[in-house]
Structures are given as C-alpha cells and as structure tokens.
Design a protein. Structure first.
Lengths: 123, 288
C-alpha cells in the first residue's frame, strides 16, 4: 500500500491518508478483506504520530471503507460500487448545475462551455 | 490504566520562581511532548515525576501509585533518559551493565546486547570518550533493557546533530509499535514534535497552558493576518495576542471558529506552528 504524505500541503495529514486509502479502495487496488497495516506500524512507516493514523482509520471506519476487529486489526470493507457510483454522479450533477449557473451569469454559450470542458477533460 | 502519569494540583516554590497548581495527565501508549521556554519549569516538573524533588502540595502518581509507598515498584518500570554525565566517566558500558543490571528485577541481558548492537555502541570504551549522541543512546539502551513501560526523557535531542536527532526519533517510534509503552519527553526543539508527538503539554512560567492532542491544537490555534483597520475591542476578543505592524496585524487565536465568524474572508488564517504558539503566548504575557 502506497501512501505519500506532503508536509507542505494544507490538507491535514490524517485527511491525506484517508483520501489515498479511499482512492485505492475505489480503484480496486485494495480488495475487500485486505488487512491494513496496524495503526502503530503505519505511524512508524510514515514517521508520523500514532494519534494521526488512529484518526485516519477512525474516519475510514465512519465512512464504512474499513472495519476493525479488536486484537486482529483493520480490513477493507465490502464496497457497494453501484451505490458509490450513484453518489458520485449526484455530486457531479450538482457541481455541473453550479457551473451552468455561473456560465449564464456571464453569458457563456453552451458551445463555448462544452469547448472549455473538452479542453479541461483531455488535459 | 489510562493515565500513566497523574499530577494533581502540584505546587513547588523556589526563590523567584514557582510551579503553580499543575494538573497533568499523561496517557498510556502515546508520545507526549513537553514544551516550554528555557526556565519555564520543564526540568523541575520532570524531577518531581522522578521523585528527585518533592512537591509542596498536591500529589504525583505514576502507574496509579504514589512514591511514598511504592517508590521501588515505580522506578522498576520507568526508564529515565537524560544527557550529561549519567554514569561514571571512566567506566565502560560493560562495567555499567554489571552495576546497574542487578538493581532491576526485570533486567534483560540479551536485550541489552541487542540494543548495544543496534545503537552501535562500543562496550569496552570509557563513557568519557562517547559523543553526546552516543551517551544518549547508552542511556536509552539501559532504560530499555529493564523493560521500562514509561520512558521519561529530559531534553533528549538537545545538542544532537540533525542526523542523530532523526535516528533517535525513529527509535522512539519503533518503541511505540507494540502499544504498551508511554514516552514523555521535554524539548524546546519543537520540530522534533511535529512529526511524532501525539499530545503536547505546554508549560509557561510554572503554569500549564494546555495539554492537548495535536489535532485539537491544530483545530483550535491559528495565526490570523489582516489589515489593522479590522481591529477593535470586539474583534480582538478571540486573540491570545496581537502584533500590530506598519503593514498589518498578525495574531494568535485559540478559537479559529470564532475568528472565522467574525472576520470571514477579510483575513488570512494559517496553521500555527508550536513555535508560533509559544512565541505569541510569551508575548501575550509580557504586554498584559
């Protein structure tokens, strides 16, 4: 499992960890049932405090990405990819609506907007 | 047992300096960094935890036990690490082991040799030939060889070069893996703590300012920068200390939320380092 931490990032370290583990799970790199390193081992490996990795795992548990068994450790939980996809789609819809509202305010046409989106998407 | 060290209402007076009503709990299984400016009272506090000094009022409990009735049992379980000439200068590690080892019930010779090897310490050279870093390692090796559950260190990184400092921090993190050990160490090099500490206790002029997890500190404290025209008696109330300059103000807050509500987007809010916090708290006291 690869986790890269940036000390100069504005994002708190525990969030960097949760986000990277989430992406690995969603991308299928971490499969259901995979054991994660212990909180203390991960802290040592990343050279950060135990309380930080503890918080990261707690957040992942709250969001149902992982589960923990006392004395055994933490494991990747079963992910319902359909549900996650639907949730993401909903977020994208909301964000696009905001984009459309903004575009109308400055009189950007649909063609122009599509062009802009195309450039950004292919970047 | 959640708290390994527990101080209740501890007071100690000296000429021109005193420790005032300190309540402090140190949690098991974590690293607590103990910070404060020179002369803030760090060493006095550590001496009271080690029963080298007795508080005038209040109580000190280690592992839930007090020194009056359980001194030996407590000392068995503590490893005290500090720099300076801990051992007789002319002795080598082998001699020291022969003297110190039998004093502990749980002394482990194999473990001792294992740490000697890991820390690359010479067994047959006199301690006076050791560098500061090596002395620190020797002191730590001895503390670890009697299976200490609580490791108390007074300024362990003072006077060490950056490479050895990192090595020491690595060793400390390795010790934390099994979850049973607790480390309490004082330092005024706050960068040591940014990486590995779980809790930070800050002492200033003999008073405990806070003892919080690093997350709580990051969530509560921040630096705020903006134009001086924004300041008045109301907007300033959430600042611990404000520095006014010709180009704007810089302030420390311990209530980020309130500052956001008050100022919105008109100011910059940045993460405050431990050094920032120490500096502004000190400034705050001077001008009050």
């Amino acid at each position: 499992m690869q986790i890269i931490i940036s000390n100069s990032s504005k994002e708190p370290i525990y969030e960097q960890i949760t986000n990277q583990i989430k992406s690995s799970i969603l991308a299928g790199d971490l499969q259901e049932g995979t054991a994660l390193p212990s909180i203390r081992q991960l802290a040592k490996d990343l050279q950060i405090s135990v309380i930080t990795t503890k918080r990261a795992y707690e957040e992942l548990e709250k969001a149902d990405f992982i589960y923990s068994i006392v004395g055994k450790g933490s494991f990747v939980a079963e992910q319902n990819l359909e549900v996650i996809r639907e949730k993401k789609l909903k977020v994208i819809e909301e964000q696009l609506s905001a984009v459309i509202t903004n575009s109308r305010e400055i009189g950007l046409s649909l063609d122009e907007l599509q062009q802009l989106l195309k450039i950004l998407y292919e970047e | 047992m959640e708290n390994v060290i527990e101080l209740k209402n501890v007071t100690k007076k000296f000429k021109g300096f005193s420790i005032k009503n300190i309540d402090l709990q140190v949690k098991q299984g974590f690293i607590t960094g103990f910070i404060g400016a020179n002369g803030a009272g760090k060493s006095t506090m550590i001496k009271m935890m080690m029963n080298l000094l007795k508080p005038e009022t209040g109580e000190v409990k280690i592992f839930g036990l007090d020194y009056k009735t359980h001194e030996k049992a407590i000392k068995e379980r503590i490893g005290f690490v500090y720099d300076g000439n801990v051992f007789f200068e002319g002795m080598n590690l082998k001699d020291i082991k022969r003297i110190v080892g039998p004093a502990y019930k749980h002394w482990d010779d194999d473990l001792f040799y294992q740490y000697v090897e890991q820390f690359e310490l010479p067994l047959n050279k006199a301690m006076k030939t050791f560098s500061k870093g090596m002395q620190m390692k020797a002191s730590l090796a001895i503390a670890l060889s009697h299976h200490a559950e609580l490791i108390i260190m007074d300024e362990p990184t003072a006077g060490l070069d950056p490479i050895f400092r990192r090595e020491l921090l690595d060793i400390l993190q390795e010790l934390m893996i099994d979850g049973s050990r607790t480390i309490f160490f004082s330092t005024h090099v706050t960068t040591d703590l940014n990486r590995i500490a779980d809790y930070i206790a800050l002492i200033q002029s003999g008073e405990l300012v806070f003892n919080q997890s690093i997350h709580d500190i990051a969530e509560n404290y921040a630096l705020v920068k903006g134009g001086t025209e924004l300041l008045d008696r109301d907007t300033e109330k959430d600042f611990v200390h404000v520095h006014r300059g010709p180009t704007g103000f810089e302030a420390l807050t311990d209530n980020v939320k309130a500052v956001k509500d008050t100022f919105g987007d008109t100011v910059f809010i940045e993460r405050a380092s431990l050094e920032d916090i120490m500096y502004y708290l000190k400034g705050g006291l001077q001008y009050v």
